[in-house]
Design a protein around this ligand. Sequence first.
Ligand code: PLP
Length: 379
Amino acid sequence: MSGGFVYSEKPVRIERGEGVHLYDDDGTEYLDFGASYGVAAVGHCHPEVVSAVKSQVERLTFVQASYPNAARDGLYEKLAAVAPGDLDDVWLCNSGTEANEAALKFARSATGDSKIVAARDGFHGRTMGSLAATWKPKYKTPFEPLAGDVEFVPYGDEEALAEAVDDETAAVLLEPIQGEGGVNPAPEGYLQAAREVTDETGAALIFDEIQTGLGRTGTLWACEKRGVTPDVLTTAKGLGGGLPVAATLCADWVAEEAGPHGSTFSGGPVVSAAAEATLSVIADENLPANAAEVGSHLQSKLGGSELPIRTVRGEGLLVGVEVGRGANRVLKQLAMDHGILALPAGRSVVRLLPPLTVEESHADEVIDALESALAEVSA
Ligand SMILES: *Cc1c(COP(=O)(O)O)cnc(C)c1O
């Protein structure tokens, strides 16, 4: 064996990206309704991100985190300004799992407790700590023992949550809408209940908005719509417009007791410039509003269609279409016969997670293709 491993590769070699489209080395165009797990939130190679990266990489590619620099200050300021509530203390890192890893460490250090409460079907990343708080046994078993002291509760069950959280709990870690776990929005009142029980016991409430954040669900943060502000919020995926950058946004009481943490690449100038440009694009192009509009068009059309699907779930442009087992066959058909790329969420759900710049006509294209793909797969 030589060369790359870990990933099984798809039979398509991607050469170029522009907006909502990807192109392979034969010049075939694909409509990207997976956005590489949501990374391409502002579309591929957005000109403003490209230009910010180009000028930054020429001026100062990197400097260690202990030297302040304008690119990172710009991102700090921008993130603090858009953070929900008072979560204006910013830790920058390179990936979603690291943002959660930091959130868990900060919560332990600020509370002096160690127990973590997380949800069944939750997904928080693949490093040892975040993985310990991730539900799926398939991802964990070969690597155990992980950083223990995690109790799992059924997602959406307020009573189970209240029972699991006590004075020894450092953090409750939840996605406002579970992404990988099948696109499951928190039921009405659930996040509020999580806020109340953590307020009572002094645990930190952490929302993992790595998939739901940055406008995807129709507001900049999914927790906004529910009127609940956590103590820590993590964001990644689309934040860098394609470059690897993530953030852990904290309330003062958590940040003040964060303890010794660090990372060589924290807040590098190039990724900071990319993220600042991405946040500007999201605001300037009103992408949360577009996600709400195109998302509701997509969902209502899917819901009202004659398609052989079980349910349609989600918010904005985070949409799960339950097709029954065999989601992967439907996805393959969509890609190979219709030039549409999307994602699975478990074995039975097709997950639509396009760039937030898509238009209603793109959604219509996907619905038509889904209709044929479902017919072909069941034929
Ligand atoms: C993707 C994802 C992560 C992990 O992010 P990585 O950048 O892959 O480490 C964590 N939480 C949620 C909700 C995600 O969707």
